[in-house]
Design a protein around this ligand. Structure first.
Ligand code: NAP
Length: 507
């Protein structure tokens, strides 16, 4: 498929592009707004019903068939590469290089899941052979394999228009598992979303998958999202987005007559702990590096390092002063949506009521964000829990500690996080040791040195963490382990081989 595909502004339901009466207008950072259909409960019902129908076939396809389908989606996305970059950049304000990189990550995820299911380890096949002569009772023949859940609802986030959106990690993992997907389009990047949906549609047709395997409903109201989570045929939800949105939909999933798993990847403030030897050896350089990580993508990352815990004193001051110099020299940048910029400004204003701002308080042009860093003592931090909230943008708080005990007390104050980082040298190992059990309970990923922005898509990655970083209790939304969320173990006792799923017949 060549680049330059026209937009339809419609939903993809049961393999057809269909319109609905209500519409909304996009709000791109650059270029002309466009009109898109805004679906509701009726469109969701049609898409989910088609997905349930598709599951009867798709849920029983071979792993090879699904692997080829995932690879076809990746190929179709690549064929639309220039369009995706142009639309994505115009709609979100993210630079072209970032969109190109994110496209590579998205197609890489699809191909990683293709390889992963071909290997088959994820099926965790177990067999307890029958023991007919066992006393006092015989043992039956038991075989266990992971089976797909059924239709899955997926929501993506504004800050990753490709890798955490229409064909992002949740969609790839669910399709790999054998689950049809209904994706609720993100109103922050509706054109980008539609082009990706067109790519999936083309892959469905090329590889002969059932029409309802993937549905796409655009909307700018809560109605479609709520209907998706409440639909009785939906078996699980993958969500990436804000704590507010994720918690509202999580509560909805739990209050259904039949509750379903809700895998929400939410916000995080990703604390960084800087230790004395690291500060003494490279305080200023680490401060500059941290400032770079904080402002990357205008700070719009769930892994943004939004709190730094470091000792009071001159070495810590060197970190702070170097970071502030970089941040004061950083211009205001356009944010993803008008709402993101307003939310960020509100967050900074709230923090300014409880903490001292140490970067220049510059006015931000419309829809833009300027870096803002605050400094507090450990005592302040511990007495003001309102400071521990995500400011989604290039803002952060430095917490200055007077002793290792105080650093430990601050570490214990954090709620669940996606990541936590230790800046350390070899000489710091003994001082870091008591923190490790605290950090392990706090975060899904612990890093030594470096910064948490930039999440490797790999087998050993965990992108999740205790609530409220996610509602992914024991799961990840990045990396091959993410497939587990959309599978359920089924045990087959004494079933004739002819009735077993193909993955067990091979074992
Ligand atoms: P968002 O406002 O929560 O939106 C995410 C999606 O959920 C959108 O499609 C949105 O549609 C829908 N939604 C939100 N609330 C809803 C409700 N009450 N009912 C029905 N649908 C609802 O999040 P965002 O602004 O796009 O993304 C930024 C946030 O995502 C940040 O907090 C960031 O930290 C987080 N994030 C987390 C990760 C991670 O992996 N943990 C990755 C990236 C981003 P509508 O706009 O139409 O409501």
């Amino acid at each position: 498929m060549p680049d330059g595909t026209p937009l339809t502004g419609k939903h993809l339901i049961a393999g057809q592009w269909v319109a609905s009466d209500a519409t909304f207008t996009s709000d791109p950072v650059t270029g002309e707004p466009a009109t898109f259909c805004s679906g509701g409960a009726a469109e969701i019902d049609a898409a989910v019903t088609a997905a349930e129908e598709a599951f009867a076939t798709y849920g029983w396809t071979s792993r090879e068939t699904r692997a080829k389908f995932l690879e076809a989606i990746a190929d179709e996305i690549e064929a639309r590469g220039a369009d995706l970059t142009a639309y994505g950049s115009a709609e979100t304000g993210l630079p072209e290089a970032r969109l190109n990189g994110e496209r590579g990550r998205t197609t890489g995820q699809l191909r990683m899941f293709a390889d992963h299911i071909r290997k088959g380890d994820y099926l965790d096949v177990r067999h307890d052979a029958a023991l007919p002569d066992r006393q006092p009772l015989p043992r039956p023949d038991l075989k266990l394999v992971q089976r797909p859940l059924g239709p899955v609802g997926v929501f993506g986030a504004s800050n990753f228009p490709l890798a955490f959106s229409t064909a992002g990690g949740d969609t790839a993992a669910a399709l790999a598992a054998g689950c049809p997907v209904i994706y609720k389009g993100h109103p922050g990047h509706p054109a980008t979303g539609e082009i990706v949906a067109q790519a999936i549609d083309a892959a469905i047709k090329k590889t002969g998958m059932p029409a309802g395997t993937f549905g796409f409903v655009q909307s700018n109201t809560n109605e479609a999202g709520e209907a998706l989570v409440k639909h009785p045929l939906i078996r699980a939800v993958g969500f990436t987005g804000s704590f507010r949105g994720g918690k509202a939909l999580f509560d909805l999933a739990m209050s259904r007559p039949e509750p379903i798993p809700f895998f929400g990847e939410l916000g995080s403030i990703n604390p960084v702990f800087v230790f004395p030897e690291a500060l003494a050896k490279r305080g200023a350089a680490t401060g500059e590096g941290w400032a770079g990580s904080l402002t990357m993508g205008v700070g719009q990352f769930c892994t943004n390092p939004g709190v730094v815990v470091l000792p009071a004193g001159s070495d810590g001051d060197a970190f702070r002063d170097a970071a502030v110099a970089v941040l004061d020299g950083t211009d205001a940048q356009p944010m993803l949506t008008g709402g993101t910029a307003e939310g960020y400004a509100r967050g900074v204003e709230q923090t300014a009521k409880a903490a001292r701002q140490i970067t220049q308080a510059k006015p931000a042009p419309k829809r833009c964000g300027v870096p803002a860093v605050f400094e507090v003592t450990a005592e302040d931090w511990l007495s003001k829990p309102e400071l521990a909230h995500e400011m989604f943008g290039p803002a952060a708080i430095l917490v200055r500690t007077d002793s290792p005990e105080e650093m430990l007390a601050v570490a214990k104050s954090f709620e669940g996080q996606l990541t936590t980082t230790i800046q350390m040298e070899d000489g710091d190992i003994q001082a870091v040791q008591p923190l490790i059990p605290v950090l392990e309970r706090m975060a899904g990923r612990i890093l030594a040195n470096g910064f948490p922005t930039g999440v490797e898509v790999a087998d050993a990655m965990v992108h999740g963490g205790p609530f409220p970083a996610s509602t992914n209790f024991g799961a990840t939304s990045v990396g091959s382990l993410g497939i587990r969320r959309f599978l359920r173990p089924v045990s087959y006792q004494n079933l004739p081989a002819a009735l077993l799923p193909a993955d067990l017949q091979e074992s």
